[in-house]
Design a protein around this ligand. Structure first.
Ligand code: NI
Length: 183
């Protein structure tokens, strides 16, 4: 395994539309997944998309542990709001409600910054996992946010372009000045 170099905002690979993974269980894809997971954990990220490591394929890894949710979760909420370490290839996404939720996002390709982004609050996503099995899940809260953020990378979209108010693009070190929910 290896820690991979992460592309930073401005690198053309982050602006391309990625291609489908032709064979999700191929040995080179297994190696890429192992390296991406190691890279994400090393960088303390919640998610990583293949284009961020200079590979323009539709593959993301992410996790949504309960600690990442701002409010305490009930047992029932835990189901939609959290996800274990997940590998998702050739994903599809569907918005399930008109509700939109704002939250602070960061990105390993945009180091040192945080931005307040509004996104659909309730989604369903599907795709293929690392064993070639189909995943279908519904997601809310941080889970819904991380999936949408990572899937955006596959279409060449970085979170600042989703922001409505660039006054809420701030340095990580200044997050303490902002109330929960973005003020
Ligand atoms: Ni990102």
């Amino acid at each position: 395994m290896a820690i991979l170099k992460i592309a930073r905002m401005g690198h053309p690979v982050l602006a391309e539309k990625a291609r489908d993974v032709p064979d999700p269980t191929a040995p080179e894809i297994r190696r890429l997944i192992a390296d991406m997971v190691e890279t994400m954990i090393d960088a303390n990220g919640a998610g990583l998309a293949a284009p961020q490591v200079h590979v323009p394929l539709r593959l993301v890894v992410f996790q949504a542990p309960a600690e990442r949710s701002e409010e305490g979760l009930s047992e029932e909420e835990r189901f939609d709001h959290t996800a274990p370490l997940t590998v998702l290839m050739n994903p599809k996404i569907e918005v399930l409600s008109k509700d939109v939720e704002g939250g602070w996002e960061g990105c390993l390709s945009v180091p040192g910054l945080r931005g307040f982004v509004e996104r659909p609050a309730h989604i369903r996503y599907s795709g293929t996992d690392h064993e070639g099995k189909r995943i279908v899940r519904t997601a809310k809260g941080f889970h819904a946010r991380v999936v949408q953020h990572e899937l955006d990378h596959l279409d060449g979209v970085l979170y600042p372009t989703r922001m409505r108010d660039l006054g809420k693009l701030i340095f990580e070190s200044e997050v303490r000045h902002w109330a929960k929910g973005g003020g």
